[in-house]
Design a protein around this ligand. Structure first.
Ligand code: DNO
Length: 393
């Protein structure tokens, strides 16, 4: 697979020349300065493409071209926003940037409660603590009926937390769940929003009455509208699975399991309607057998995220080493290297280590941690390529 790296543009502290030195081949990025919903101008796309090329790399994947909430819940202005999306796709296609990742998760993209969960070896990782999340939902957001979504044991933990929680502790949860994990991936909540919880409640309100079926129909509507431009320019769209692949905050989530993936690929049966195989997200659902999903959907996979998680009996999950956990990455590399050795892959959500924690990187996107993980993946790929060349697999 092509070794790619998520890079956040010219302001990223990790420069393209650093990435060249560690063996990165392709860049995964977006035009982060353009607000969601606006057209990405052709000239801006070309400028970014050429900037990356001048460093000896190529712009392999767009992550993400964000889908506005209104397209997801079916708002009055969705057709206009879809037209803008189509125009951006055309500009990307004309410029030769032909793999575009997006997601269809309402309001909240990925969810974590702790961004620096200490590991015994002195590094730290991202962590999802179910009781902390329930505390955020029931006691900070105060979502109506939230209590009913959690097991009695979780609610007992929430009650215990209620007695000891400090304002700082609450602030940290808000920061982790709706600011630091979201700010850089979508424009819903900004670092400088004064009342992030209220903004967030407003966003949740937009989905009142939107069922799973309705959200599916809105995804079908969106995909049907954008496929012609993908056909015209040979652009592959690839949906990112829900992270975690579970219902949260009373919102429908529709890319969480085998059935969901099958539904979305069949609903608009076009080879450009593809999947971002995020092994980490899928692995965080105990219902998912990740290598089995990879075997089943390899031919519709356009982009691979290699990472892994451990799911704990109480519903918590934590990021695992890229060589361990329940994603089964060694098998995934075997499957995808055989399917298509040109498939772009990237690692993410690696630990903070060796000073990463002082650098203010976006959550999950450390330098040393990702560099180590990329090296591990490179090693696995070298072994697998030899297995393939020798006809062993
Ligand atoms: C988190 C990422 C996601 C992903 C988007 C794609 O680290 O994996 O935010 O980029 O969901 O649209």
């Amino acid at each position: 697979m092509e070794k790619t790296w998520r890079w956040f543009g010219k302001k990223d502290k990790i420069t393209l020349s650093m990435l060249r030195q560690i063996g990165v081949e392709g860049i995964v990025t977006a035009l982060h300065d353009i607000p969601n919903g606006q057209v990405w101008p052709y000239d801006a796309v070309v400028e970014m493409r050429d900037y990356i090329a001048a460093a000896g790399l190529r712009w392999s994947v767009v992550e993400s071209l964000p889908v506005c909430e209104s397209i997801k819940y079916g708002g009055a202005d969705r057709d206009r926003l879809i037209e803008n999306y189509i125009e951006s796709l055309a500009h990307l296609g004309q410029a030769g940037v032909k793999t575009v990742c997006y997601n269809f998760m309402p309001v909240l993209d990925w969810a974590r409660t702790d961004l620096e969960h200490p590991n015994p070896d002195g590094t730290s990782s991202l962590y999802f603590d179910r009781a902390d999340f329930a505390y955020f939902d029931c006691c900070i957001l105060k979502r109506k009926g939230a209590e009913a979504d959690y097991a009695p044991e979780t609610m007992e933990q929430v009650e215990r937390k209620r007695k000891t929680m400090t304002p700082e502790g609450e602030h940290k949860l808000v920061e982790n769940i709706i600011i630091k994990t979201q700010g850089f991936v979508n424009g819903n909540i900004r670092e400088d929003d004064e009342r992030p919880v209220e903004v967030f409640r407003g966003l949740l309100g937009l989905y009142e009455g939107i069922t799973r079926e309705q959200l599916r129909e809105n995804l079908r509507y969106f995909l049907s509208a954008v496929m012609p431009v993908c056909d015209r320019y040979g652009v592959d769209l690839c949906v990112h699975p829900d992270d975690p692949p579970l219902q949260i905050l009373g919102l429908p989530r529709i890319v969480s399991c085998d059935d969901d993936i099958r539904w979305l690929l069949e609903a608009v049966d076009n080879p450009h309607n593809g999947l971002t195989f995020c092994a980490g997200s899928l692995s965080a659902g105990a219902h998912n057998d990740v290598p089995r999903l990879a075997r089943k959907y390899a031919s519709r996979t356009k982009f691979v995220h290699l990472r892994s998680t451990d799911v704990l009996p109480n519903g918590d999950f934590k990021e695992a080493s890229h060589l361990a956990g329940r994603a089964g990455i060694i098998d995934l590399v075997r499957i995808f290297e055989k399917e298509n050795p040109a498939l772009p892959m990237r690692v993410d959500h690696a630990p903070l280590m060796l000073g990463d924690e002082k650098m203010g990187y976006n959550a999950g996107y450390s330098f040393h941690g990702r560099m180590l993980a990329l090296g591990q993946m490179e090693g696995v790929m070298a072994v697998v390529d030899r297995e393939i060349a020798e006809g062993k697999i």
